[in-house]
Design a protein around this ligand. Structure first.
Ligand code: ATP
Length: 207
């Protein structure tokens, strides 16, 4: 049996990636560096329970693929977009653990998602299979953020870890709005993603 010290440490960044942007890439890179992760998997969600009318999965996957192409630690994992039905995180991590029994899994998320975590389906089941690395996004929320980490660790001991990351106030929603109104998205997304959005005329409709 592989002991804990020899387990491969794998990070998972789940999201709609509609589109992927530098905020996503930055939390992945910060997690890799701070927690010595050996691989980061980007998992675009297929049918997220909380977001309707999402851009078709093939475009979202293609943009992730372009954005991570130059980073050998980053991998696109299509399991959620290829599965039928709603993508629940607890099923995804259960599935990943079965497939990768010699890995230690870390689910990476933004600080805002940490506050929603307990409303996700079966949070305790998620934590059976992975730990959570939570990035904090805004200076002023740091105190509340650490209180939330403490509160969750009280309930689920040793499962939540803070992720120190440069704060990038970028969101997919903001990018969609900018494209729709003809504003620049340069330096918010990798150049290849920007070109892809333009070439495929994405986000022209009102978000
Ligand atoms: P939308 O604006 O469409 O709601 P989003 O930009 O929040 O999307 P998602 O794909 O829903 O992106 O997010 C995936 C994960 O990345 C979530 O855990 C979210 O908290 C995190 N995240 C998104 N943007 C940032 C950012 N700028 N900094 C840190 N984390 C982020």
């Amino acid at each position: 049996m592989t002991d804990v010290m020899n387990k491969k440490k794998i990070g998972i960044v789940g999201g709609t990636f509609n589109p992927i942007h530098y905020g996503h890439l930055m939390i992945a890179e910060s997690a890799r560096e701070q927690y010595c992760l050996q691989e980061i998997r980007f998992l675009p969600s297929g049918h997220p329970p909380h977001k309707q009318h999402t851009m078709q999965a093939s475009h979202r996957c293609n943009m992730v693929s372009l954005a991570i192409a130059d980073n050998p630690f980053f991998i696109l994992d299509r399991r959620e977009v290829e599965s039928q039905g709603i993508s629940y995180t607890f099923l995804t991590v259960e599935n990943l653990e079965k497939e990768l029994p010699d890995a230690e899994l870390y689910f990476i998320l933004g600080g805002d998602s940490l506050f929603d975590f307990e409303s996700w389906r079966k949070p305790e089941a998620i934590l059976q299979h992975c730990s959570i690395l939570a990035a904090y996004r805004k200076q002023e929320r740091q105190e509340g953020f650490f209180q939330q980490i403490d509160l969750l660790n009280h309930k689920y001991p040793g499962k939540f870890f803070p992720l120190d990351t440069p704060s990038l106030e970028v969101s997919s929603q903001d990018i969609r709005k900018r494209v729709q109104s003809g504003r620049s998205i340069r330096y918010l997304v990798p150049r290849e993603v920007e070109d892809y959005i333009r070439a495929h005329h994405l986000y022209k409709e009102a978000p």
